[in-house]
Design a protein around this ligand. Structure first.
Ligand code: GAP
Length: 459
């Protein structure tokens, strides 16, 4: 992987306006980040291409936008109130709280010990930590409390008086919004099995582990897709979604050798199969998304807790059953981080200069075109072109500084095309389009620019 550290990426993101520290002027709030002007465009574009691929172009898939606050019974049914917890230990010396599984995984990686943390019980983790004297990353001592399960859901309460207060939760995943709407969507869309329900939305988890920038945050967006099918077809669709998920990343420009499947050794008791796709981030191989065959567990649990039959009547066989579900779930922020890492490049130029260039797929680049008038007298013409392109694309205009500096500014935010307006533009109506990656230039008629851009950004 190119010489990219997370620190370098964080600095770049802050400098050019992709991502800032959350509540920055108050010294931040751990594991929260704010997206700046180019960051929000990048994020919106990632959501757009995901929706296009997994809803618009995916036969028989329907979108929903469910409420973040749900009836607390949802989280009892899903198992989150009882088992959505991490194994936490407190350092008795410096009071730092850590995830036992992460401490062990880091230690094992550093000392090349071949273990699978996923399958370890709390007792086994405590024994490992004691045997290897795994130290606190903050104070270096090994004096841990025993492991306690720490629920990750944020609680809040509703109601205006103390008496009427009820505990509710900020959803820790969007998936339950898809499950609870299974009947609504099936009926209103007259959907036939197999069909999918997709959603993009915020989720919240009380993560205490340092997050590696936006890799793990306490508030994040998920893009989730549940595909409901018959039991006997479920493994076929599981394999299909593994491939679809991988192809989506490859089409975004990720390199095959920097992606890999990680099949889970330890399955949840209800799951038939589960895997992640991992990407080679600067801190090492880490999960980008998950694909699970969740059997009919979720719908069955909602059937049990709500008393509503979550069944599907097959119109051809008259068979009634609770469908199986293939879940494909990807964090938008985590994918965005992977896109930033994948795009970042430092290139030595002929004159000895270095340029930072973000090689985003043009479909997700924040701005598609930067309009650059070569001289002040050309500003009016440039604004006219800028205004007309603005109706179709996110476009920026930069009138200040040398043309070289202006190219560099666009390279570092990943603008795929720079459009230069010069005196020939006034005479023959042509402009120069400079390609971000090759730096090659072509002369194009002004009226053909929109078509050229459209072809360039197709996904
Ligand atoms: N409904 C299934 C589910 O939520 P998950 O593996 O816990 O499964 C799915 O989360 C995806 O959401 C992950 O693969 C990751 O991309 C993203 N994700 C999970 N926790 C996150 C966090 N704290 N910060 C950012 N992204 C997160």
């Amino acid at each position: 992987m190119k010489d990219l550290t997370m620190e370098k990426l964080v600095n770049h993101c802050k400098t050019v306006g992709f991502v800032y520290r959350g509540s920055d002027i108050y010294d931040g709030l751990a594991n929260t980040w704010d997206y700046g002007p180019v960051g929000v465009e990048l994020k919106n574009n990632i959501k757009k291409v995901w929706w296009k691929r997994f809803v618009q172009e995916n036969d028989n898939t329907f979108g929903v936008d469910a409420a973040i606050l749900m009836n607390p019974r949802v989280w009892e049914a899903s198992g989150h109130t009882t088992s959505f917890a991490d194994p936490k230990m407190d350092c008795k010396e410096c009071k730092r709280r850590e995830r036992a599984d992460n401490l062990i995984a880091d230690y094992a990686k550093k000392h090349k010990i071949d273990i699978v943390v996923d399958t370890m019980s709390n007792e086994e983790m405590e024994a490992f930590i004691a045997k290897h004297k795994v130290a606190c990353p903050t104070c270096g001592k090994c004096n841990w409390s025993s492991i306690r399960q720490f629920n990750l859901m944020f609680e809040t309460s509703r109601g205006v008086t103390d008496e009427s207060q009820n505990k509710i939760y900020l959803r820790p995943e969007t998936a339950q919004g898809e499950f609870v709407n299974f009947l609504n969507v099936q009926r209103t869309s007259r959907a036939k099995i197999p069909f999918g329900i997709a959603q993009i939305g915020k989720a919240f988890r009380n993560e205490i582990t340092p997050g590696n920038f936006i890799f793990r945050t306490i508030e994040f967006e998920q893009m989730e897709h549940q595909f409901f099918c018959k039991e006997e077809d479920s493994m076929k669709f599981y394999e299909e979604y593994k491939q679809k998920a991988l192809n989506f990343l490859l089409d975004l420009g990720f390199k095959k050798e920097e992606l890999r499947f990680h099949d889970h050794d330890k399955l949840a008791f209800y799951a038939a199969a589960a895997c992640d796709i991992e990407y080679l981030f600067p801190m090492g191989w880490s999960e980008v998304n998950g694909i699970h065959n969740r059997t009919n567990y979720d719908l069955s649990r909602h059937q049990e807790f709500s008393g509503k039959a979550m069944t599907y009547l097959d119109p051809t066989t008259n068979e009634k059953f609770v469908p199986y579900d293939i879940e494909y779930s990807i964090g938008c922020d985590r994918l965005l981080l992977a896109c930033l890492c994948n795009a970042y490049d430092e290139q030595k130029l002929d004159g000895g200069d270095t340029r930072i260039v973000m090689h985003f797929h043009p479909a997700i680049a924040p701005y598609k075109v930067a309009v650059l008038p070569l001289q002040k007298d050309l500003n009016d013409k440039a604004r006219e072109i800028y205004k007309s392109l603005q109706k179709q694309f996110m476009v920026t205009i930069d009138e200040a500084g040398s043309i070289g500096k202006r190219y560099r500014r666009q390279d570092q935010i990943g603008t795929p095309l720079c459009l230069t307006v010069d005196f020939d533009t006034l005479n023959d109506g042509t402009v120069t389009l400079r390609d971000r990656d090759t730096m090659e230039q072509v002369r194009v008629k002004t009226e053909d620019v929109a078509k050229y851009v459209q072809e360039k950004i197709a996904f």
